[in-house]
Design a protein around this ligand. Structure first.
Ligand SMILES: O=P(O)(O)OC[C@H]1O[C@H](O)[C@H](O)[C@@H](O)[C@@H]1O
Length: 527
């Protein structure tokens, strides 16, 4: 059994604090020293990805201290406990098993009377069989015609991850001949969301995937009714057009309203559910089950790296440790993820939920307040677009915001042109290389307005091409990073009580049970 201790009680953390200010990026990233760091401060990930941390404010001494912290905080042992079935989600008294949707990292885990790995594989097989039947026309609409579009209805973890993954692979699948069906998504309770998606969808040939782990989310149930209404108006039987993905204990699980139902369980948090049936249904329908399986393999391979006790061989743990050093020792309040890949346009939105819903906590695993900062604010956009938008603050603003770049050597579609001596892909990659050095080294100018102080840390994940395996590895990397940071902060990264209060008050507003400011705002909004 491991010891769960607050970060500020660990001796290795106290030693780490002494390193503050010891690495000046403007110096170490210049000249030969910068070249050496760029070569050596790099850790292999799965699927030919690498995590390069040359432009982080660390050196061999800081790395030694981070390794000591990893050891004292028993990070890898805690991960081992997690995948072997300990009740890591203390707030909700649950196991945490999302990694098991893509592989068996340790011992078999039995819960609810079944072997959990067997359960997840069974669901994958059921989804694969269903998707194949839709693709080959064994499952059709009432007129015997093939379904051409899949529309996912869900919100939060039942939307962001699957949507980001779909967008990440859409062009790759089209290029590689595995694209089967268009996917669309309805999430917001804003009626304009459902109405716009439905208006652009041939509902007679659409299969709707209702995704809700709890089966009780107001937005999702409302949108389900919205869609059912549209189907009825088109003279269609909703139960022949809808499947459900939910947990076996949810109210949806037993309903006859669906063509089929696929299951996840309480041991997979919504924001960790992309590799479960939640992502599995839509991605298998859109791209075929083989592509989904390849995505899972990439995630499984990356999970394996997270078992390594050596920080130079465990990229997620190293990334997590550097992030905690930046947050707690260097005092940086935010972080940004900048994929130089248009296909990853919604990946930062997914990471916002993954990171902030997991680690936005003020009490430790035992419910006691912690008196150190926990999860940072996370935001992001694809580059180069971000460069023409908010990078100004990142380069010259008063806050230092650590950056996390992601880039691939090759584009997905492969269509490119050479203009002024370089392709668009080369221009994209040239920009990310330039940004790393510009942020780290800065540039002196006598005109203070044009002066770049530098000293702004970044890391970069570099891959060959964004394909199903690399996407799986990338997703698992961030999930595992968030998990290790939660361990370091001694918080429970797997519940989300902070989303409840707003939901309760919204219900009161709708029931007109308001007074004070709530009443005034209800009136102002004409509710
Ligand atoms: O999948 P569902 O049960 O419908 O939940 C959808 C989402 O809503 C909740 O409010 C939580 O904040 C999220 O963690 C969750 O992913």
């Amino acid at each position: 059994m491991t010891n769960w201790k607050n970060l500020d009680t660990l001796d290795s953390y106290k030693a780490l604090k002494a390193c503050k200010g010891s690495v000046d990026l403007t110096t170490v990233m210049a000249g030969e020293s910068g070249a050496d760091r760029a070569k050596n401060y790099s850790v292999p990930m799965a699927e030919k990805l690498t995590y390069n941390f040359a432009a982080k404010e660390v050196d061999d001494t800081v790395l030694e201290k981070l390794a000591a912290l990893a050891k004292e905080a028993e990070l890898v042992d805690k991960f081992q406990e997690l995948y072997n079935g300990a009740v890591i989600n203390t707030g909700e008294n649950r196991l945490v098993l999302h990694q098991m949707t893509r592989g068996q990292l340790g011992e078999p885990v039995k819960a609810d009377g079944v072997d959990k790995r067997t359960f997840y594989v069974e669901q994958q097989n059921r989804i694969a069989e269903f998707a194949n039947k839709v693709h080959n026309g064994e499952i059709t609409n009432a007129a015997g015609e093939k379904f051409t579009t899949v529309v996912q209805i869900g919100i939060g973890g039942s939307d962001l991850g699957p949507r980001a993954m779909y967008l990440a692979l859409e062009n790759w699948a089209k290029k590689n001949g595995t694209f089967k069906m268009d996917a669309k998504f309805i999430s917001n309770v804003d009626p304009d969301d459902a109405a716009a998606v439905l208006a652009s969808t041939d509902v007679a040939h659409a299969i709707f995937v209702l995704v809700s782990k709890s089966g009780t989310t107001l937005e999702t149930l409302t949108n389900e009714s919205f869609v059912k209404d549209a189907l009825a108006k088109a003279g269609l039987d909703a139960s022949k057009h809808m499947i459900a993905v939910t947990s076996e204990t949810s109210p949806l699980a037993k309903s006859d309203d669906y063509l089929a139902a696929f299951f996840m369980d309480d041991y997979i948090g919504g924001r960790y559910s992309s590799t479960s049936a939640v992502g599995g249904a839509v991605l298998s329908l859109a791209f075929g089950p083989d592509v989904f399986a390849r995505f899972l393999n990439g995630a499984a391979a990356e999970d394996e790296t997270a078992k390594n006790t050596d920080i130079r061989k465990n990229p997620a743990m190293l990334d997590a440790l550097i992030g905690v050093y930046e947050r707690n020792v260097l005092g940086y309040p935010a972080t940004t993820v900048l994929p130089y890949s248009q296909a990853l346009s919604r990946f930062p939105a997914h990471l916002q939920q993954l990171d902030m819903e997991s680690n936005g906590k003020s009490v430790n695993r035992f419910g006691e307040p912690v008196d150190y900062p926990t999860g940072p604010v996370l935001f992001g956009e694809p580059g180069t677009n971000g460069q023409h938008s908010f990078y100004q603050l990142l380069h010259q603003g008063t806050d230092i915001v650590p950056l996390q770049f992601i880039a691939f050597k090759n584009s997905q579609i492969g269509t490119d042109v050479e203009i002024q001596g370089s392709t668009s892909q080369k221009k994209l990659c040239a920009n990310v290389a330039a940004q790393i050095v510009a942020f780290a080294c800065g540039k002196k100018d006598e005109n203070s307005n044009k002066n770049f102080k530098g000293g702004r840390p970044s890391s970069i994940i570099i891959g060959e091409q964004l394909d199903p395996e690399t996407l799986g590895a990338l997703l698992a990397h961030f999930e595992n990073k968030v998990m290790f940071q939660g361990f370091l902060w001694n918080i429970n990264s797997f519940d989300q009580e902070g989303v409840q209060l707003g939901k309760v008050l919204a219900k009161k507003v709708l029931a007109h049970e308001t007074d004070g400011a709530l009443k005034v705002f209800s009136d102002l909004l004409n509710i």
